[in-house]
Design a protein around this ligand. Structure first.
Ligand SMILES: [Fe+2]
Ligand SMILES: [Fe+2]
Length: 123
């Protein structure tokens, strides 16, 4: 993999913004159900990329970070399976739940990984 040589992890930040946008779409009143599929696919793409970095850099907290991703993967898989039966209220509360989860993950777990990748880049 080609490591990014900038002072910021632009890809990680941009991907998080896209995840938040998709999560917000879930609660829109005339939501297209394909948004669950898009969110699921995009989250998978993002998690895989972070996990690839962790593997290549031999990141010490890799297992705990992957466990956190796996928990999110399970939530999304359930939503993808059952989204046909959701009404607007339920979609609103799920969107809020996902947003809060992702916010905590981005500010805590992902921030630690970001610092580690940046330090590895500057060596
Ligand atoms: Fe992560
Ligand atoms: Fe992330």
């Amino acid at each position: 993999m080609v490591m990014q040589k900038t002072s910021e992890l632009i890809w990680q930040d941009a991907q998080h913004q896209q995840l938040f946008r998709l999560i917000d779409q879930i609660k829109e009143s005339r939501v297209d159900n394909s948004v669950f599929k898009k969110l699921n696919d995009y989250a998978e793409y993002h998690f895989m990329l972070e996990e690839q970095y962790m593997l290549e850099l031999d990141y010490p907290d890799r297992d705990a970070h992957k466990d956190a991703h796996n928990k999110f993967r399970r939530e999304l898989a359930t939503m993808l399976e059952e989204h046909q039966s959701y009404d607007e209220d339920l979609r609103k509360s799920l969107s809020l739940f996902l947003r809060e989860w992702l916010m905590r993950h981005v500010l805590g777990t992902d921030k630690k990984l970001e610092r580690f990748i940046m330090e590895s880049n500057s060596k």
